[in-house]
Design a protein around this ligand. Structure first.
Ligand SMILES: *[C@@H]1O[C@H](CO)[C@@H](O)[C@H](O)[C@H]1NC(C)=O
Length: 203
């Protein structure tokens, strides 16, 4: 009975399909957001990369991070990692890369580094929270890339073997192996990780 109903529905869907124009993209992802911004001192971020307060990086809310298309159980492989966003406040802008998440932020709030927030206000410590900050993705893949990698480079996996010259996508960056490696997380602090050279940002 259930199977019959299902096949009726499926048939119905196909029967109606010629009436629709094929969509160009299956995922509808909002592109511009409004929230509040503040600053923090980064370290090892959720994307698996160590950044400092002088880097132009940003933490998006944990809520948004986990909702991002392609987000899975390993935050380091979240396709939002390395994506560039443009943040605007009272006519001033800064472009920053997403490298972290912020558990205490409301959905569209941002946590910027001190260097980044100074592009928006002269005295961030005095102002505290910036209200009515808008931001949008400026990456080239539309901000909704799948969790499959970047620009044809597959996501790094702990079980894959990589030999000299082979590339992997991890934490928003493309990495190139210098020699045979397996299980060494690109950019991590373990000794084996020196096998990886960071080649480019995924944009
Ligand atoms: C974040 O840190 C990595 C090194 O850990 C560096 O390569 C990258 O350029 C930094 N990102 C930015 C936007 O400065």
């Amino acid at each position: 009975m259930f199977a019959n109903l299902l096949s009726l529905l499926v048939l119905g869907f196909f029967a109606f399909q010629p009436a629709f124009t094929a969509p160009t993209s299956t995922a509808l992802v909002p592109r511009a957001f409004t929230g509040e911004a503040t600053y923090y001192d980064p370290g090892l971020g959720a994307c698996g990369i160590v950044n400092t307060s002088s880097d132009l990086i940003v933490a998006v809310s944990l809520t948004y991070f986990n909702k991002y298309p392609g987000a899975g159980t390993n935050p380091n492989l979240n396709p939002i990692c390395g994506k560039k966003i443009r943040v605007t406040y009272e006519g001033r802008t800064v472009d920053v890369a997403v490298e972290d998440n912020c558990p205490t932020c409301a959905e569209y709030d941002l946590d910027l580094t001190m260097t980044a927030i100074k592009y928006l206000v002269d005295d961030p410590v005095f102002v505290g929270r910036l209200k009515g900050v808008t931001w949008e993705f400026i990456d080239t893949d539309g901000g909704d890339g799948g969790n499959t990698g970047c620009g044809g480079v597959a996501a790094w996996t702990a079980t894959s073997v990589y030999t000299a010259g082979q590339k992997a996508y991890y934490g928003g960056y493309i990495w190139t192996a210098k020699w045979w490696t397996q299980g060494d997380i690109p950019g991590s602090s373990n000794a084996g990780a020196t096998v990886w050279t960071q080649t480019s940002t995924c944009s």
